[in-house]
Design a protein around this ligand. Structure first.
Ligand code: DGY
Length: 322
């Protein structure tokens, strides 16, 4: 009998998903949530033809050179900013990600984070839990309206469009967006969505949501100069990637009242946080969980498994990147 192909799972995933992999491959899994140090990842990849990746693993030219047998890197995330696609292609390593299956769940969360920031929901809960609720007052924890406001979206891909749909159809918001390319008018029309320049987006949005993929060009896309263009009454929500926002500049703007509030699910250098953010009450902070509903996390894993099975079986993947 031919030897089974060997696959590494980069860190702990659901046991039944591992069981699916075991039906096809000889599987090694660390059974742990701690990311493997790079040297350990390389060591464990020796002799492996496939990697089930969770998005944070750095797949660069050095790793690829040290793992010549690797043929498939299948991510369970939609973001692939830690993968050097050109280097993978040069070495004949196929890469897949997991789009679509997380769109609606991530949009739900992004919209929720925006609502929480605008209506000061977590701030209000902390206030109450701290025993500070003594009496009613006219402006107690009063925030900004979301319904009827102008929703600005930076990055109008699948998730951006799903957020726009919630805003336009559910909350009567006026949708403006900026994206490298304009949407097909057929997609814009039902949402009443209007393409605007990045400056106009920043100036006009009451609630700005960032959904733009990370790339070196997107580093600090929102820094002090961009924040200065926003209305002081506006909110900013980041469900894209840490590094798209200059967190220090954002903390300064929030502390100085140059921006009303923010909702952040992603951070520069996460899981470390800029301590200035922790000191602020007008920011809602969550630990990169926008796609974390159980059905969606399972769907993301299953798509990565489908891709591994296809690629290592000599077929085309469902969602290939190269
Ligand atoms: C993704 O899929 O890129 C998300 O950020 C991970 O949850």
């Amino acid at each position: 009998m031919a030897a089974r192909q060997k696959v590494l799972v980069a860190r702990r995933i659901f046991p039944d998903i591992v069981a699916r992999l075991v039906e096809h491959f000889d599987v090694e899994e660390p059974l742990d949530d701690t990311p493997l140090p790079q040297a350990e990842l390389i060591r464990r990849l020796q002799g492996k033809v496939g990697l089930f990746a969770t998005g944070t693993e750095l797949i660069d030219a050095t790793l690829l050179a040290a793992c010549p047998e690797l043929r498939a890197v299948c991510l369970m995330t939609v973001g692939y900013n830690n993968v050097d696609l050109a280097a993978c292609s040069a070495q004949g390593v196929r890469v897949t990600n997991a789009p679509d299956v997380l769109t609606e769940t991530t949009a739900d969360f992004g919209f929720g984070l925006m609502l929480a920031a605008a209506r000061r929901i977590t701030e209000a809960e902390h206030y109450l839990r701290a025993g500070r609720w003594g009496q009613w007052s006219i402006d107690l924890l009063a925030g900004a309206d979301v319904h009827g406001a102008t929703l600005g979206i930076l990055g109008m891909g699948r998730i951006g469009q799903a957020i726009a749909k919630r805003g336009a159809l559910g909350f009567g918001m006026q949708v403006i967006y900026h994206n490298r390319s304009r949407l097909d008018p057929e997609l814009e029309k039902p949402l009443g969505a209007q393409w605007v320049s990045e400056d106009e987006l920043l100036r006009r949005a009451d609630h700005l949501v960032l959904v733009v993929p990370y790339s070196p060009q997107a580093h600090h896309l929102i820094g002090a100069p961009e924040l200065a263009l926003m209305k002081p009454s506006a909110t900013l929500t980041n469900i894209a990637r840490g590094g798209v926002v200059d967190d220090a500049a954002l903390a300064e703007a929030l502390a100085a009242g140059r921006l009303a509030a923010a909702g952040l699910d992603v951070f520069e250098g996460e899981p470390a946080l800029n301590p200035a953010l922790l000191a602020l009450s007008n920011v809602v902070l969550t630990p990169h969980i926008a796609s974390a509903s159980l059905p969606t996390r399972r769907a993301m894993c299953n798509l990565a498994v489908d891709n591994l099975i296809a690629l290592l079986g000599g077929a085309e993947p469902v969602t290939g990147l190269n």
